[in-house]
Design a protein around this ligand. Structure first.
Ligand code: PDD
Length: 277
């Protein structure tokens, strides 16, 4: 693992109990996928990291090239062929106080890898996943990738309790996104997904997938959609660095379309992975 400039074995990688990431969730993170030992869309993740930090008044702890070097070294030394690199930057350790500490407080920077064999050839992608809907009770700046992940974690547990795989969060009647992915429906030949703004995370996979869809002459509408619209959709899917494009086949126990992974989602997963490899 990488901790503040050192490369350490897991059992020696520690941070202070006074770390503001621990006490206040005063921290941002990124998850970058690795396929065939190569990082996917590192530039996009680095740009979003910088934006998240900037929104919280924190600087980049190192420049993008240095950050890329750390990612690459961990992938190489840990022998990651398929998996994820997790990165977290916190405002650092300081006496517990709601006010931010002095700006010269050293930030905490931690990176580690997770091997995920079968990330690309995921059997779930052939079956599709089931989602349940829950109210979106997160804070109002979901475009900042903070580590405040308790509510999404509760959502995941609510889904599991109902025998589903994940939850779609709903606000004012419209779906915002999944617990850790962006949500899409397909009606006819049109792909519909929530527009960018403060209500959702600006997914790096979302950006790539919408570009690929448009290049393949598919129609894309970036707008809010309701749960009813999702129930009546021809197909649905989610995107994220850890799932790429994952078909959704059930919502609140009801099949979507014919209850099988849809043509559009399957095609988008193929072209996304083709480009990635
Ligand atoms: N989650 N929306 C939310 C709420 C997310 O947490 C994520 C990513 C996404 C998709 O973003 P991207 O395509 O950049 O991965 C959308 C990561 C994978 C996680 O928390 O593990």
């Amino acid at each position: 693992m990488y901790v503040n400039g050192d490369y350490l074995p897991e059992d020696r990688a520690t941070v202070s109990v006074f770390d503001r990431g621990f006490l206040f969730a005063d921290a941002v993170y990124e998850v970058t996928s690795v396929l065939d030992g190569r990082l996917l869309d590192f530039a996009g993740h680095a740009a979003r990291l910088e934006r998240s930090l900037n929104e919280l008044g924190m600087p980049m702890p190192m420049d993008r090239d240095a950050l890329l070097d750390v990612h690459r070294r961990l992938v190489d030394e840990n022998g990651i062929d398929e998996g994820l690199v997790y990165l977290q930057v916190t405002r650092g350790a300081a006496d517990r106080d709601f006010a931010y500490p002095d700006a010269d407080t050293p930030q905490t920077v931690v990176l580690f890898t997770q091997a995920k064999p079968g990330l690309a050839d995921n059997p779930k992608a052939r079956e599709g996943i089931a989602v349940v809907t829950i109210p979106d009770q997160r804070w109002g700046r979901r475009d900042i990738k903070t580590v405040q992940l308790l509510y999404p974690s509760m959502g995941k547990m609510a889904a599991k309790a109902e025998g589903a795989d994940d939850a779609w969060m709903v606000e004012d009647g419209a779906v915002t996104e999944g617990t850790s992915n962006n949500a899409y429906i397909v009606r006819g030949d049109t792909i519909i997904t929530r527009q960018l703004g403060h209500k959702i995370l600006h997914g790096i996979t979302r950006k790539a997938v919408l570009r690929l869809a448009r290049e393949a002459q598919m129609k894309v509408e970036e707008r809010a959609f309701t749960v009813d619209e999702a129930r009546g959709a021809d197909e649905a899917f989610v995107t994220s660095a850890s799932s790429f494009v994952m078909p959704v086949v059930r919502i609140d126990g009801q099949p979507i379309g014919d209850g099988r992974p849809g043509r559009v989602a399957t095609r988008l997963r193929e072209i996304y992975l083709d480009e990635a490899r």
